[in-house]
Ligand binder design. Structure first.
Ligand SMILES: [Zn+2]
Length: 249
């Protein structure tokens, strides 16, 4: 009898708590930074890297911007605090749950997913971004903004997990049926292409997971790259899946 009375007394309180829960969740919406690679203005030290040419919209930057905007809209609808970025990461060193940079590869290249790794640091180039990536500055390297943020083992682990989720999702749509014919490399290994494992963007944010997506390659993937809503839905869906797995959404 006492238990029944207690249940009756508690029921309204539980109902109020259930109603209040969504408001609390939205107040703590995870921040996701979505970067349109090569979109102007450029990052100091990399401003000569204006991106690949071609693609369905005339340039890589144009494609990256369309996908970024599509993703930001979808992520916001999913309850994420999505924030668009250009090439120059502003504000410098901001916190967040996720940083994702959108790109496509030059003609003859491939689709792939890069992620932040432990050790080393950001790439240096000659001048404002030409030549071979090097983790030690060249004598003529342009000045980089400081202080660079660090990639901890925990950040690298979360980045690798998110990269895997993104790669699986992208592989599902990077198909001949969708007009893709370039190679699909999956997640870039730790010692793979430094442009994707030591990308400067990883050192301009404190986001807990940091990745870069080469959605496809110009030319051979043009019919696929034209499908911005499909690409935006797939990539933002993978980001949301990762946030839910991390219990942030
Ligand atoms: Zn790029």
């Amino acid at each position: 009898m006492l238990a029944r009375i207690m249940r009756r007394l508690l029921a309204p309180a539980l109902a109020v708590a259930a109603l209040a829960a969504p408001a609390l969740a939205s107040a703590a919406a995870p921040v996701v930074w979505v970067q349109a690679g090569h979109a102007s203005p450029g990052e100091p030290g990399y401003s000569a890297q204006t991106g690949a040419g071609g693609g369905p919209f005339g340039s890589e930057a144009a494609f990256n911007t369309k996908v970024r905007d599509d993703m930001v809209t979808r992520l916001k609808a999913a309850g994420v605090d999505a924030r668009p970025l250009v090439s120059k990461v502003m504000p410098m060193g901001a916190a967040g749950a996720t940083f994702i940079s959108i790109h496509f590869d030059e003609a003859g290249g491939a689709a792939s997913v890069g992620r932040a790794v432990v050790g080393g640091g950001e790439n240096y180039y000659h001048g404002e971004g030409t030549g071979t990536a090097s983790q030690t500055p060249y004598g003529d390297s342009g000045t980089h903004r400081t202080p660079a943020t660090k990639v901890s083992a925990a950040v690298a682990a979360r980045s690798a997990t998110l990269a895997g989720t993104l790669s699986t999702a992208l592989k599902g749509i990077h198909t001949s049926a969708n007009g893709a014919s370039a190679q699909f490399l999956g997640v870039i290994p730790v010692n793979g292409n430094a442009r994707e494992t030591h990308y400067y963007g990883y050192y301009r944010t404190k986001a807990d997971a940091r990745v870069l997506v080469e959605v496809g390659a110009a030319g051979s993937d043009d019919p696929f790259l034209r499908k911005v809503p499909l690409i935006g839905a797939t990539l933002s869906g993978a980001v949301v899946k990762d946030l839910k797995a991390r219990r942030l959404l």
